[in-house]
Design a binder for this molecule. Structure first.
Ligand SMILES: *Cc1c(COP(=O)(O)O)cnc(C)c1O
Length: 449
């Protein structure tokens, strides 16, 4: 690596606030943006970022912010990871595009091999097969499409509190029509939404919650009309909801008995974030199809649809693909991410982060009764805030804490359909010192609120 590149990427891993946040340069760019970018493309924190490395982003005013959002779980391996940057740069200088469905290239095949090696259920004798696309929503779209082709059935089952994207089909699958779908109708049809498992609120065991989900789907859809059930093993936008033990296995079993394709949407929870390569490994389920995106290519756009060969092979030649799907530069970056899983002990790092972060958050929970629960796995953690003594969501408090944190150089994001939670999606490079610093800022935020 040249010295110029090194000095550009090595940013001290410290929080540093030198102006108001957003600062004057950010505010100036924001004014220009208002003239040419529509408000529907909303930025939660209009602080314009110039550089980033590991767990720190530097804005155009020179503030160093601790990134506990990671572009919503995309920079899992850290911002501008050296191996990812080197691999993408090398590929950029070789070939940037040919179109895999015209004249293919090897990095695509290597990503498919890595996915086949890691997805639960895939074996060396019967490896799962992969289609690569560009975004999480495209992964969901194609997962549904492939399941429909395989089963010959139309129905798509989803869960309450789910989030699957912002295309027509996926925005119709989300729990929150507001803001994702309303006004953009007609929405896609044949989507059936069933109650999820939300232990803090429903008090049900996994098998009880699964029985409720299944009864609802059998009544509202009819099992034999369902092509697939799409579930986030740990719900992301819905509030980092970890289902009760036994919930997912019971759903998977019901799918198997009824010929319904079980699709795990691992777009947010996958790729080492939760301490296993895929979060569903922790629930003992082997999905028929696994969807990946967000963290898979260290910040470059790439998405995978990885499924049992029998299901994937059902689509006719030409039925699957897209101009940019599995772009060579994104694939080279993803290969580097897979190589770094072991080289940088990323699964162990996720567990380190979980231990340090949850210890700090649980200390805050003892002090502040508004924190109803600390939950999540690995580097996918959240607190749910309520009016003390009730389980009523306190979105105002969530907003206040996040606002205080961002003004003090910590990037946080809410979660949950009622904005009842604050989510923590640190990169796996975040040091213990930075985690402690984030907890200190949170403590001050709760004290101020
Ligand atoms: C973000 C997300 C998506 C959509 O991904 P995009 O890349 O934004 O299209 C789908 N599913 C889950 C679980 C997500 O978190």
């Amino acid at each position: 690596m040249s010295e110029a590149t090194l000095s550009e990427t090595s940013i001290p891993q410290q929080r540093l606030v030198v102006t108001e946040i957003p600062g004057p340069r950010s505010r100036e760019i924001h004014e220009r943006r208002r003239a040419v970018v529509p408000p529907g493309v909303h930025s939660v924190l209009p602080v314009y970022i110039e550089r980033s490395h590991d767990a720190i982003v530097v804005d155009v005013d020179g503030n160093q912010l601790v990134d506990v959002c990671g572009g919503i779980g995309v920079t899992t391996i850290g911002h501008t990871d050296e191996a990812v940057v080197a691999a993408a740069t090398a590929q950029l200088n070789k070939v940037t595009h040919t179109l895999f469905t015209m004249t293919p290239y090897e990095p695509y095949v290597r990503v498919a091999e890595y996915l086949a090696q890691h997805v639960p259920g895939s074996t060396p004798e019967q490896p799962y097969k992969t289609l690569l696309m560009n975004s999480g929503a495209e992964a969901v779209e194609n997962g549904v499409k492939i399941a429909r082709k395989y089963t010959g059935r139309p129905g798509v089952a989803v869960l309450e509190h789910a989030y699957h994207g912002r295309t027509l089909l996926t925005s119709s699958m989300n729990h929150k029509a507001v803001p994702y779908a309303y006004g953009y109708g007609p929405r896609a049809g044949d989507i059936y939404r069933a109650p999820n498992s939300y232990p803090l609120h429903d008090g049900l065991t996994g098998p009880e919650a699964a029985a409720r989900t299944i009864a609802h789907l059998e009544k509202t859809a009819g099992a034999e009309d369902l092509a697939c059930l799409v579930v986030e093993p740990i719900q992301g936008e819905g509030g980092f909801i970890v289902p009760a033990e036994g919930y997912l296995p019971a759903l998977a079993e019901w799918c198997r008995e009824n010929g319904i394709v079980f699709i795990a949407d691992e777009v947010q929870a996958g790729m080492a974030r939760t301490g296993t390569v895929f979060s569903i490994e922790q629930f003992g389920v082997e999905p028929d199809i696994v969807l990946t995106a967000k963290g898979i290519a260290g910040g470059l756009p790439l998405a995978g649809i990885t499924g049992r060969a029998e299901i994937m092979d059902k689509s006719q030649p030409g039925g699957l693909g897209g101009t940019f799907g599995g772009n060579p530069v994104a694939c080279a970056a993803a290969v580097a991410v897979f190589e770094q899983l072991e080289a940088q002990s990323l699964l162990a790092e996720a567990k380190r982060i979980e231990a340090r972060f949850t210890a700090g958050l649980n200390r805050l929970k003892e002090q502040y009764p508004a924190i109803a629960e600390v939950r999540g796995r690995g580097a996918m953690l959240a607190v749910e805030l309520v009016k003390p003594g009730t389980l009523e969501p306190d979105a105002d408090l969530v907003a206040k804490v996040i606002d205080y944190a961002s003004r003090n150089g910590v990037i946080l994001l809410s979660t949950g359909i009622y904005n009842q939670g604050i989510r923590f999606l640190p990169s796996l490079k975040m040091s213990d010192e930075l985690i402690d610093d984030v907890i200190d800022v949170l403590e001050a935020a709760f004290a101020a609120a």
